[in-house]
Design a protein around this ligand. Sequence first.
Ligand code: GLU
Length: 315
Amino acid sequence: MLKPLTANSHPIDRNLNSSPKSYRGRFAPSPTGLLHIGSLIGALASYLDAKANNGQWLVRMEDLDPPRETVGAAEQILKDLAAHGLQWDEEVLYQSQRHKAYQRAIDQLITEDKAFLCSCSRTQLQSSQNIHLGRCQYIASEPEVDFAIRLQVDKQPLAFTDAIQGQYQQNLQQQVGDFVLRRKDQFFAYQLAVVIDDAFQHITHVVRGSDLLDSTPRQIYLQQQLGLTTPHYCHFPVITNLQHQKLSKQTFAPALSNQQALTNLQQALSFLQQPAASTAAAKSINSLLDWAIEHWSIANIPKQLAITAAPTIAL
Ligand code: GLU
């Protein structure tokens, strides 16, 4: 099943022909549910930061995990983004079409002895607080059992500077352990796919919610193992409901109404603590977005990991 790399096979497709230096941002929804105010904030923040920097804004559909997906959600998310005036600049990339690229990266990491096969059960991992360290000897002799593929981490602390959260450091060995690149059920892991596709799409700036802040050192470490460039990162606070839960399908976050697009955008801008638009600017979606691009300021966004939704937002 695991095909080692041959000498002339392409290690990982990096879209090598061109390497644009200018700003390229992205919004990468998982189609597990419909767009809600939390995901609109993410779409808007990444869009405004790209446009305020004369950049391109891409949309990538992270449809990696079909059992968790909602039928029709991917198409509806794209319709909702368009209804909110958030128009992407290139063709949408679907992760369901990218399995070969993910497998190539895994093959490379295994050939270079950086990744390994693991058959540990949840119960086995519980005894080490779910931190897996060191190679699984067992799997090497039992290749027919279900196995995951993990990346071996090292003991160096990994630090980066986030545009909002500032300096952030993690010790992967102590805090995360050898992490999964392909799951036992054979689905590719988010951590792998996001790194391969950020590189493939030449993303220079990642603007996303703070729930992914602690995934970032794993992504930077993986970029380093694959020889890929690390983009700039910016993690804004996530919006929570009154029970302090991140909005999601599981917490019954209401889907956005496209009839209320202008109000939705104003609420998202207010959450990001951007200045309120003039009455003239707030007349249409396009004029509101133009105004917001012109007045966009990352410095206004609070350095918090989470903020409870204002009472004006119906949840
Ligand atoms: N697909 C992820 C999500 O919807 C976001 C991934 C990312 O922005 O890196 O939470």
